[in-house]
Design a protein around this ligand. Structure first.
Ligand code: FMN
Length: 313
């Protein structure tokens, strides 16, 4: 954890260099995150509890990878995260439904907890598993780079849809792709809300191209709980990462998609009221999904010269 004087100096520097908005916003994000963490464990929602555990487990695990625990004196690095993890694990044990619903995640969290115990008790031990030996010419990846690259090059946003239904198991696979995306500090704060031709007409107001919303067979709202993040931009980034996973996998099913910016472009309060999205979630983007009724022409990309820089020694 960053010592308070360092944080204070950092904020002062940001303020003096006129990054006021960032200072204000980031402080607000930190305050709401701290308030959530100060809440008694039994008052956290299941998602907040699991998200906090995922974060603490991530930090606990990282602490054991850089160097071995000090042999004597002082508490080893990561001990605050480890203690928090123990605290929240006790709370999770009081919620029987989580034992089955979150079996996988809890198993990993308990493994991390046990690995930390082993690390701090074993002098010289560093908790790193070397990658399995790979023979020459073999690749541990199952998707060929050219295949994934082709998918990215041919994907284009569609805006007109066939009336054909998208099967629920396909939607479930897309949602799962979203869950597999990276998340900031493993917070896993992104939540998807699926509307299958069931979105209220009123939602079209205040949205660009409302006809697109009206016609899309499926809309996946990609939202996140910002109180799970102490950073200003991380929830938006996490939502973007999840959205891209969904969009790419959709292509492999012959579906097309179109992201639609939501965030401050829509009345979040009304959107929540219309869709039943809980108050703690903020909707960043809506993904329109369906079988395309148009042959989409992908806008040509600006050049590498304009959009990439190499930094080398
Ligand atoms: C965050 C985000 C928001 C977008 N919002 C809209 C939108 O509101 N309406 C729309 O027609 N397209 C929207 N798009 C799609 C872009 O217009 C499209 O990605 C861009 O023109 C590039 O075309 P391509 O996706 O076919 O490669 C959005 C894309 C992103 C990434």
């Amino acid at each position: 954890m960053t010592p308070r004087p360092v944080l204070a100096a950092y904020f002062a520097w940001r303020f003096l260099t006129r990054q006021w908005f960032d200072v204000f916003y980031w402080s607000a994000a930190r305050v709401s995150h701290s308030l959530m963490r100060l809440r008694k464990a039994d008052r956290l929602t299941d998602h907040q509890l699991m998200s906090l555990m995922s974060w603490h487990a991530h930090q606990t695990e990282k602490a054991t990878k850089h160097r071995s625990a000090p042999v004597e004196g002082g508490r080893p690095r990561g001990h605050r995260h480890y203690d928090a993890l123990s605290h929240y694990l006790a709370e999770s044990a009081r919620r029987p439904a989580l034992a089955t619903q979150e079996r996988d995640a809890l198993e990993w969290i308990r493994e991390v907890h046990a690995a930390y115990d082993l690390w701090r008790r074993t002098p010289g031990h560093i908790n790193i598993t070397p990658p399995a030996a790979v023979g020459p010419g073999e690749s541990p990846r199952r998707v060929a780079p050219a295949d994934l690259s082709a998918l990215m090059h041919t994907r284009a946003s569609a805006r007109m849809w066939q009336a054909r239904e998208v099967a629920d198991d396909v939607i479930a696979a897309l949602i799962d792709a979203g869950l597999q995306a990276p998340s900031s500090c493993n917070r896993q704060g992104v939540v998807t809300v699926i509307a299958k031709r069931a979105f209220p007409r009123e939602l079209r107001e205040g949205v660009n191209n409302p006809f697109m919303l009206h016609n899309a067979p499926v809309i996946i709202y990609v939202a996140a709980d910002p109180s799970l993040y102490p950073e200003r931009q991380a929830p938006a980034l996490d939502a973007g990462m999840a959205a891209e996973n969904i969009v790419l996998l959709a292509e492999t099913y012959g579906l097309a998609t179109c992201p639609m910016y939501h965030s401050e472009s829509v009345d979040q309060k009304r959107l929540r009221a219309q869709t039943g999205i809980p108050r703690n979630l903020y909707v960043y983007v809506a993904l329109l999904i369906g079988y395309p009724a148009e042959l989409v022409v992908k806008p040509r990309r600006l050049s590498h010269a304009l959009r990439s820089r190499w930094i080398r020694e």
